[in-house]
Design a protein around this ligand. Structure first.
Ligand code: SAM
Ligand code: SF4
Length: 327
């Protein structure tokens, strides 16, 4: 019999699993991987330290047994991981995974979209912070222009990876002027733009509160041009507050991780690239699953006969601190 789905100290189930498949990225967004820190001398993880696809699949199966229904693959930039569509196939084959998604910066998406759809990916989220090449170039830290990401979005659309979500991190003094054009570009397409408050993801991205544009201000800016009304949330734990255009031409989302944290409803866990289970984006440490897995320990495989508390269940039950995890 599969182990019972654990609830944490606040009665929250674990429904979503975010799996990071690489720590590398071809962008250097200053709010995430600032080039000064992630420069040529930065030591990324060596290959043997990364979970293999087989290890990821094995752990994902255990999470699904414990209640996870939705898997989001993230990074770093997941499309940089060699042989990535094979992992999509492996995860899609797990019975009980109802939603398999990917978050990508879109740079390599045009090339991969069709193969990802064929491998079983359900949909994608593409990050795009501005339609203005100058602003986007600054926000991706590489001077890359927008057109290639838009081509990636079109390819994903053509491949059926819908509904497509477009993630835009809004940073004061950087891209507030991009909010309306970005929303307008995708209004009426069925794609959903989600504006994310700039978060402090560690101490490396020079975060301070003055750089956060609160979700209420984002909505107000857009509402003054294209009237919006609030929409009901679709499920417990949905991170984005939904807003519909009054003219019926679609919806947008705002993720108020800073101004209105949604920890109380969090149903997420994340598996880091080196196999740590982290139950909050802001948690330090996490629970090592790779060590026991590679040692062949039953504690990691959660066999029913094992009398000791099992790492995944134990961590899931201990959740109780907040999460503002949109990634
Ligand atoms: N490289 C992929 C991408 O950018 O879509 C996937 C990984 S990225 C870490 C996942 C998401 O986190 C992106 O949508 C990105 O914009 C968002 N993100 C990264 N740093 C952030 C921050 N400091 N505040 C808010 N969102 C952030
Ligand atoms: Fe790379 Fe995504 Fe982070 Fe930007 S947000 S640096 S694209 S991982």
């Amino acid at each position: 019999m599969p182990p019972a789905a654990p609830l944490d100290q606040l009665g929250r189930p674990m429904r979503d699993l975010r799996i990071s498949v690489t720590d590398r990225c071809n962008f250097r967004c200053p709010y995430c991987m600032p080039a000064e820190i992630y420069g040529e001398k930065y030591e990324f993880l060596a290959r043997p330290e990364l979970l293999s696809f087989e290890e990821i699949e094995r752990l994902a199966r255990l999470f699904v047994e414990l209640g996870v229904e939705k898997i989001r693959i993230t990074g770093g930039e997941p499309l940089l991981r060699h042989g990535f569509p094979r992992l999509v196939e492996q995860l899609k084959a797990i019975e009980g995974v109802h939603d398999l998604t990917l978050t990508t910066n879109g740079w390599l998406l045009e090339k991969h979209a069709k193969f990802l759809a064929e491998a079983g990916l359900d949909r994608v989220t593409v990050s795009l912070d501005s339609l203005d090449d100058e602003v986007f170039g600054r926000m991706n830290g590489r001077g890359f222009d927008v057109s290639r990401v838009l081509e990636g979005i079109d390819a994903a659309d053509a491949a059926g990876l819908r509904p497509i979500k477009i993630n835009c991190v809004v940073e004061r003094g950087c891209n507030e002027a991009s909010i309306v054009p970005l929303a307008e570009r995708f209004k009426g397409t069925g794609h959903i733009v989600r504006f994310i408050e700039f978060m402090d993801v560690g101490t490396l991205n020079d975060w301070n509160l003055a750089k956060v544009v609160p979700a209420a201000e984002i909505v107000e800016r857009l509402h003054s041009v294209h009237p919006l009304r609030p929409a009901d949330r679709r499920y417990r734990g949905e991170v984005a507050q939904r807003w519909e255009y009054e003219d019926g031409s679609g919806e947008i989302g705002v993720i108020a991780s800073v101004s209105a944290p949604f920890c109380g409803d969090c149903t997420r866990a994340r598996l880091t690239i080196e196999g740590r289970l982290v139950t909050c984006l802001f948690a330090a440490g996490g629970v090592d699953l790779r060590g026991p897995l590679r040692a062949g320990e039953s504690a990691a495989t959660a066999t029913p006969r094992n009398a000791r508390p099992r790492p995944i269940q134990r961590a899931a039950r201990r959740r109780g601190r907040g999460s503002r995890c949109t990634r």
